[in-house]
Write a protein that binds this ligand. Structure first.
Ligand code: NAP
Length: 311
């Protein structure tokens, strides 16, 4: 069985950060990604808050730079799916679509996937006007009206992006103010192309072949209105991707992996980094930082395992 010091599952910001620090610490490092490297960062139109990069950069360019840097430090990158990670004695066995791989330590950096709203018509019209990715699907609805659901950073960022394409963006949020960071929310509120409807929920998406309207309900007045729209973009949070993990790994109520400040999970030698773990702030910079800490502490764990720890 092929064997590595450190195997990282997921090549988003956290995984690539871990790969860079793992390889630079002279660990034989492998990062496995089933989709494209970059993860959620790939969808960023303009990354403007990554320290040290004052000129906004698109998510693809940033991710490619991170991957190149990790590879230059000696990390191997593999394209495959990971079905499971299990402990086998003192080592881990990572079951991939291309066979098992052994590792002394593992970093889980699998991120999170989009949560669905659960509204009537949402699944029926998925890919026909219902979307979870503004950069992917926004251009299809150029010049048309679009609805954005959600009140967090994702909803606000994506509404700003869509406002450059749309005739008008109607933003629907269930509370009376945004959850998003203040600066992000302020931009939405001052954008003349975005109409914000607070204390409002989307009950149903209607259409024939594709989305034609959405039924909105004001929670305060109870008033129901059918609003014509060509698209509904849903940004109501995310679900951590933990399917491949051993069941004994501790998680919080939302299903995120619980770690300590060394990114250690409840299983010795198994680390978690980025959006998959319970963390108060999910940013590209915090994901990279998680990855760096996880790789550094994984290197210490391996030294201890092999009786080489610096005491
Ligand atoms: P989030 O912060 O969890 O926000 C989800 C939003 O969806 C909340 O406003 C929530 O409403 C709403 N929501 C959840 N379930 C709903 C439902 N069933 N019906 C209607 N509304 C619902 O998720 P996110 O915006 O995807 O962000 C995830 C993480 O990534 C956050 O930590 C965020 O800071 C980070 N992020 C940062 C940036 C940036 O820095 N530019 C960009 C994107 C994401 P309530 O407010 O009522 O709970």
């Amino acid at each position: 069985m092929e064997s590595y010091d450190l195997v990282i599952v997921g090549a988003g910001a956290a995984g690539l950060g871990a790969a860079q620090y793992g390889a630079r610490a002279n660990l034989k490092t492998l990062v496995i990604e089933e989709m494209a490297h970059g993860g959620q960062a790939l969808l960023i139109d303009k990354l403007e808050n990554y320290p040290g990069i004052p000129e906004p950069v698109d998510g693809y360019t940033w991710s490619e730079t991170m991957r190149t840097q990790a590879v230059d430090f000696g990390a191997a990158v593999m394209s495959s799916s990971v079905a499971s990670v299990r402990k086998d004695g003192e080592r881990f066995v990572v079951e991939t679509g291309d066979g098992p791989i052994a590792a002394k330590a593992v970093v889980i950096a699998t991120g999170a996937k989009h949560r669905h709203l659960g509204a009537k018509g949402e699944e029926e019209f998925a890919g026909r006007g219902v979307s979870y990715c503004a950069t992917c699907d926004g251009p299809f609805f150029r010049g048309k009206r679009m609805i954005v659901v959600g009140g967090g950073d994702s909803a606000c960022d994506e509404a700003m992006f869509l406002s450059k394409l749309a005739d008008k963006v109607v933003m629907v949020h269930r509370k009376d103010r945004f959850r998003a960071q203040k600066a992000v929310a302020a931009r939405v509120l001052s954008n003349p192309k975005i109409e914000v409807r607070f204390e409002t929920v989307l009950d149903e998406i209607k259409g024939t072949k594709a989305v034609e309207a959405a039924v909105l309900r004001n929670l305060r007045s109870g008033e129901v209105e059918e609003v014509p729209t060509s698209a509904v973009f849903v940004f109501v949070g995310s679900i951590p991707q933990v399917d491949a993990l051993p069941p004994e790994v501790a998680k919080d109520d939302s299903g995120s992996i619980v770690t300590n400040d060394r990114m250690e999970t409840s299983v010795p030698g198994l680390f978690a980094a980025g959006d998959v773990r319970a963390t108060p702030f999910r940013q590209v910079v915090t994901a990279v930082s998680d990855g760096a800490i996880a790789a550094h502490c994984a290197a210490q764990y391996i030294d201890e395992l092999e009786g080489k720890a610096y005491l």
